[in-house]
Design a protein around this ligand. Structure first.
Ligand code: ME8
Length: 537
């Protein structure tokens, strides 16, 4: 059978910081979705990246007394270390400084230039280095330095030594830049974008984010600058080597570079060669960069003659103590340290089940522990533990054999079909909720049948085996589904019941085949607890 392909991407992360839990959130979503496609018979490409074209990189390198290229190498490694530690199973890692990428960037720039979509213009604008963004008066606020308060810009108040215009996020005055740049003619694509949105009503999800994008396009599309004359070390424009690319072309086109034969030849795992991965199936991005992905990016692709990505999943933003994460106020949560102090599973469960993708939220550690204790340590682990301990007590030399009690078979069928429907639409919270709801049904079944009482009566042995087989089988089905979320733990669980080859089979796209199998469960040892309770302080 010819396999379908699936290509998913994380956002392109800046390298002026080591990924924090907000970045990990996007990567965990992408990892879970990639895995669920992979085990469902799809040839899956999962790319992650670093965006090295940032003014801040120059400052950070100076701060650390490093050359820019040493700093970039160091930070790219740090990013990889975090993702590898968290077992984010990406297939491609690309840097904006990659030579193969620069070749493509030059080609597409030339194409758009030849089409008349790129033009030169001298202009004067304000630019906030900290946001890495141009600012207009509308984007700024007044800061009264004496009183240290901000207020909206109005005609009535004039700038003076005490009242200055600042960026509302960084409270710093943006630089004024006057220079010649090249611009992309976004305005030319207004009608084409609108038509594309109309024909692709799920292009951006959740839909409220799509509405924001459409409203923005309805207001007015402004051409945007794509080059700089100041930055010495980025990709030179093929039609003017006194200018280098700025952000859009060298960042966004990463998504395409990883699908080109040149990249695949050099950097890609053999098993992923020869498949056509462009257009991407899903870009996972935060709401801060949705406009760039849903407006700039499709227009740039149309201009260069590429197909457009199929969908963009937009995530909400997390605050810590209701504030943006920032090193200066020490509220940054490091995902690796968090996983060491608590557990990676707690982080995944909380991030993916406490709220829907798209919502903003404040990180709530108490809630994270309570959710973990209730769902994984109690509901889930207690049940597994009971089955393991009692089956060992039965001393079944030849394992638990197929002997299913049909009582809750309907619940299982509904659970699996609802799970599949939800995960294929990237409803990760709903998919997890459904799994824990089904575990509730299983727990209820155990409470009602009371196998720990029946086990004392030798004449009831068959009945007990029947119950244990049923629970183990239904658990096996839950584990197959939860593998996309908690792969390491599910692997340990498959081992526990004598199915050590399962992960290999799953990674070879076979969830449907495994679901239909009739296994014998060999349960020999209790082993260590996989999900232990944490105290809430
Ligand atoms: O913006 N909560 O890179 P970046 C949730 N390189 N998600 C968060 C988050 C938070 N507090 N903080 C970051 C860039 N993210 C540019 C993009 S596009 C041409 C260039 C996630 O390192 C979220 O997905 O700031 C966001 O979009 C991404 O990290 C931004 O990463």
């Amino acid at each position: 059978m010819q396999k379908d392909t699936f290509f998913i991407t994380t956002p392109i992360y800046y390298t002026n910081w080591i990924p924090h839990i907000g970045h990990a959130y996007s990567s965990l979503i992408a990892d879970t979705i990639a895995r669920s496609n992979k085990i469902n018979w799809k040839k899956t490409k999962f790319s992650t990246w670093v965006d090295e074209n940032s003014q801040k990189v120059v400052e950070k390198a100076e701060e650390k007394n490093m050359s820019i290229s040493d700093y970039l190498d160091f930070m790219a490694d740090e990013h990889k270390k975090v993702w590898n530690w968290l077992k984010i199973n990406y297939t491609d890692f690309i840097r904006t400084t990659d030579k193969v990428h620069h070749k493509l960037v030059k080609e597409v720039l030339q194409k758009s230039f030849d089409n008349g979509d790129i033009y030169e213009w001298e202009y004067e604008w304000m630019y906030c280095v900290w946001c890495e963004a141009f600012k207009k008066d509308d984007d700024l606020v007044y800061l009264n330095k004496e009183k240290n308060v901000t207020f909206p810009i109005t005609d009535k108040v004039k700038v003076n030594d005490n009242i200055i215009k600042v960026c509302p996020d960084h409270l710093k005055t943006p630089d004024t830049i006057k220079e010649k740049n090249y611009f992309f003619k976004l305005s030319k694509y207004e009608d084409k974008l609108k038509e594309f949105y109309k024909n692709n009503p799920e292009f951006v999800t959740p839909s409220d984010r799509f509405n924001e994008v459409k409203a923005f396009v309805d207001r007015w599309l402004e051409d945007f600058s794509i080059s700089r004359e100041t930055n010495k070390f980025w990709v030179k424009l093929p039609f003017d080597d006194t200018q280098v690319t700025y952000v859009w072309y060298d960042a966004l086109y990463n998504y395409v570079t990883v699908t080109t034969p040149e990249w695949e030849e050099k950097k890609c795992s053999k098993s992923l060669k020869w498949y056509n991965f462009w257009p991407a199936d899903l870009h996972v991005v935060g709401k801060d960069i949705i406009r760039f992905h849903a407006i700039y990016w499709p227009a740039m692709l149309m201009s260069a003659g590429y197909e457009l990505p199929k969908q963009i999943l937009t995530t909400g933003f997390m605050t810590v103590d209701w504030q943006k994460m920032s090193k200066s106020i020490w509220n940054v949560i490091d995902p690796v340290k968090y996983s060491e102090d608590y557990s990676k599973d707690m982080m995944v469960l909380y991030l993916l089940s406490a709220f829907n993708i798209g919502q903003d939220w404040d990180f709530d550690q108490k809630q994270a522990i309570l959710t973990y204790n209730a769902k994984l340590a109690n509901n889930f682990w207690n049940l597994v533990n009971r089955v393991v301990v009692l089956t060992i007590k039965l001393g079944l030399e030849n394992g638990l054999k197929w002997n299913i009690n049909k009582i809750i078979a309907n619940d299982l069928v509904n659970y699996i079909s609802d799970f599949d429907k939800n995960i294929s639409k990237y409803n990760l919270k709903e998919s997890l909720d459904l799994s824990f709801k089904f575990l509730d049904v299983l727990n209820k079944y155990v409470d009602e049948t009371q196998p720990w009482t029946l086990i004392k009566d030798e004449s009831k042995k068959e009945e007990v085996i029947d119950i244990f087989y049923t629970i183990s089988e239904w658990l096996r089905q839950v584990w197959l589904n939860l593998y996309s979320f908690f792969p390491e733990k599910m692997w340990e669980l498959f081992n526990k019941i004598g199915l050590s080859w399962y992960v290999e089979e799953l990674e070879a796209w076979k969830i449907q085949e495994l679901r239909n199998k009739k296994e014998v469960f060999m349960i020999k040892e209790k082993g260590e607890a996989l999900f232990e309770r944490f105290d809430v302080n």
